[in-house]
Design a protein around this ligand. Structure first.
Ligand code: SAM
Length: 224
């Protein structure tokens, strides 16, 4: 009999455990609704985002600290102008500006832009050191940047390969986070898992493209 009472007591949820699980559920529901509303607002309502084609839309997700450190490692020894495509709250632009790059961030979300500009101001960075442009980077000409950082989404990487390979100068380096380019071979990489970043140098990419085209040309000659 005592055993049975013990079993019942052990398995019966207390009022306190009900409260804890209910408050957890409530937190999840509120977070879910808030992220959903924010996502829809950011993707459909913001004036800038409405003009971005559906297949190229990318929501905000900030770079982790380790990811940012990995990017900075792959930028070591380089200088000049840097652009972050979709700069979010500006963390990559600010990190690059603090080591001497003339950094620019393209961002369409006005709240993230204000946050980034406020942080640049608080850090005492001038507009030459760190600037933020409210513009769609797909429509921008990127030919003046020799350093490019990218943390976007897998669905846009192929289209971005085409844009960057036609616009970037010969000495440019592109550093991408989490989602590598589908066709390009990286020069080097840093970190692992979610924080892995890859560096692509235009010089070696153009050689790859040339040798691929040469190979195709030779094959077509053989077939004739
Ligand atoms: C994954 S977040 C990365 C944010 C930041 N680069 C970082 O690493 O923390 C992508 C950002 O790109 C912005 N974005 C997406 N498409 C854009 C576009 N076509 N032009 C400008 N910004 C864009 C989004 O608003 C979002 O803030």
């Amino acid at each position: 009999m005592e055993d049975t009472i013990d079993m019942i007591l052990l398995h019966k949820p207390t009022e306190c455990s009900y409260q804890v699980s209910n408050s957890h559920r409530l937190t999840w529901i509120v977070t879910g609704i808030a992220s959903g509303v924010y996502g829809l607002w950011a993707l459909f309502v913001l004036p800038g985002f409405r003009t971005v084609p559906w297949k190229l839309k990318v929501p905000f997700l900030p770079s982790s600290k380790v990811q940012t450190e990995n990017i900075m490692k792959l930028l070591r020894g380089r200088k000049g102008c840097l652009v972050d495509l979709g700069s979010g709250d500006g963390r990559l632009v600010l990190a690059a500006a603090s080591v001497g790059f003339q950094s620019t961030g393209y961002e369409l979300n006005p709240i993230l832009l204000s946050c980034a500009r406020a942080q640049a101001w608080l850090k005492g960075l001038s507009s030459t050191q760190a600037s933020f442009v409210k513009e769609d980077f797909w429509k921008a000409n990127l030919s003046s940047y020799n350093n490019v950082t990218v943390f976007l989404a897998p669905n846009v990487m192929e289209t971005l390969e085409d844009k960057l390979s036609t616009e970037l100068p010969y000495d440019a380096r592109v550093i991408v986070c989490r989602f590598p380019f589908p066709h390009w071979l990286p020069t080097c990489s840093e970190g692992c898992g979610m924080d892995q970043v890859w560096a692509y140098d235009m010089q070696s990419l153009r050689k790859q493209i040339l040798s691929k085209n040469h190979h195709i040309w030779l094959l077509s000659l053989c077939k004739k």
